[in-house]
Design a protein around this ligand. Structure first.
Ligand SMILES: Cc1ncc(COP(=O)(O)O)c(C=O)c1O
Length: 410
């Protein structure tokens, strides 16, 4: 049939009873339509577009991925390692992560319990997509990196925030009773991020043990984001839920290569969980990204096997920057903050600033610096700001000078 003969008008004029009562739908899924663009992302875009702005709002520094990692990925590409691979990661990388646990944690995690993902962010999505049904409650200890909360929204889960409390001079604390009182029969998952972005809070091992017992008793999953576990300043790694869990506990631990080895753009992470969940996560991974590029995984192996000295150096630089910031903050009486024990963020309050969003805009307009507003991490931290100190010292110095100038007026 030629195109001109196609009876389109007669088809359109017929009534289809199956469709006669169809109401007009939203352009996209209702869940997506209802997701508002955050005020913060609008301001961040505005600030980043301005030339000469010092950007301390994002969780990364300026140091490129070290050569030994880049070379490993390049060699893999040169050898033709660029085809589809196993959905949950190559055996070689999963074994390498297993050995990393043996070296760094001091115990064995079988590679069959390790699932490679295209980033820590994807690890969070895979975990929540596997566990959370529409209407399930997810209890999240906040402030928290916003993408974790966004991942709950995507699953149409219901977020229940349990805010940490800040006691000046004593740091951030979690009230365990508050956490337990937030759980109901509908609670499917509790999300913990320790060391925490943005506060640097570390969950004490005794609380981890209590929470694990509670989760076992009430059949609740724990999703533990341990992406910053190596960015801790007085020891070589933070406590992990894996230290106290049994192999078949309902626990998923999220990790990433981004922060330790300056690999933010590589998009590589992993989940550690019970062996039994492998086939479920497999389906989520299969129908999402269907694996991670094989040459990227070779970069990951190099990072794990040769990356300890590099990581030590990164931690040393961050420690020096942390000390520098807190020396400066000591002399700025309007800044209220506690030194973080981990991560490379300073999360501080400014006396006289209640609306961090408009303060962020003012900092961009008047002083050409961007920090992340506390509101981006929780509705309870509207008076706070977060700055990333994994940057060269001179940048930090200029940013703090400018901050000091502006807060004189508050
Ligand atoms: C707490 C937390 N989890 C996960 C991630 C994600 O890391 P990735 O770069 O691997 O997606 C971030 C990134 O900032 C983070 O802060």
């Amino acid at each position: 049939m030629r195109k001109a003969d196609y009876p389109i008008n007669s088809i359109l004029s017929k009534t289809n009873n199956n469709l006669s009562n169809k109401s007009k739908k939203n352009y996209c899924r209702d869940t997506i339509e209802n997701m508002k663009k955050s005020e913060w992302s609008v301001i961040a875009q505005y600030g980043r577009a301005k030339s000469g702005t010092i950007k301390l709002d994002v969780g990364e520094g300026d140091v490129p991925t070290p050569d030994f990692i880049v070379n490993a990925a390049q060699n893999a590409m040169n050898k033709g390692d660029m085809f589809y691979g196993p959905v949950l990661g190559s055996d070689e990388l999963r074994e390498s992560i297993s050995s990393y646990y043996q070296r760094i944690h001091g115990y064995k995690i079988e590679s069959s319990r390790i699932f490679v993902t295209p980033s820590g962010t994807a690890a969070i999505h895979y975990s929540l997509s596997t566990l959370v049904d529409v209407g399930d409650e997810v209890v999240a200890v906040t402030p928290l990196w916003r993408n974790l909360l966004g991942a709950i929204d995507l699953q149409q889960g219901i977020t229940k925030e349990v805010p940490l409390t800040h006691e000046i001079g004593k740091g951030w604390k979690l009230d365990m009773d508050k956490l337990f009182n937030s759980c109901t029969e509908k609670t499917k998952v509790i999300i913990i991020n320790s060391p925490n972005n943005p506060t640097g809070w570390i969950m004490p091992v005794k609380d981890m043990k209590i929470l694990m017992e509670y989760a076992r008793k009430h059949d609740i999953w724990i999703v533990s984001d341990e992406v910053y576990s190596r960015f801790i300043y007085d020891t070589h790694r933070a406590p992990s839920f894996l230290d106290i869990a049994k192999e078949d506990d309902k626990l998923l631990v999220v990790n990433s290569f981004s922060k330790n080895w300056c690999m933010t753009g590589w998009r590589l992470g992993w989940i550690t969980g019970p062996e039994k969940i492998a086939e479920k996560i497999y389906n989520v991974a299969l129908y999402s990204a269907m694996g991670v590029s094989p040459f990227i995984q070779q970069g990951g192996i190099a990072a794990l096997e040769q990356g300890e000295n590099f990581l030590k150096q990164m931690r040393k630089n961050s420690l020096e920057n942390r000390e520098y910031i807190y020396e400066r903050f000591k002399n700025m009486d309007k800044i209220i903050s506690d030194k973080p024990e981990a991560t490379f963020y300073s999360f501080f309050k400014i006396d006289g600033v209640d609306d961090c969003i408009s303060f962020t805009k003012e900092l961009i307009d008047k002083k050409n610096i961007i920090f992340a507003p506390g509101y981006a991490f929780s509705k309870h931290t509207k008076g706070y700001m977060r700055l990333c100190f994994a940057v060269p010292k001179h940048k930090l110095e200029t940013a703090i000078n400018r901050l000091e100038e502006i807060i004189k007026d508050y």
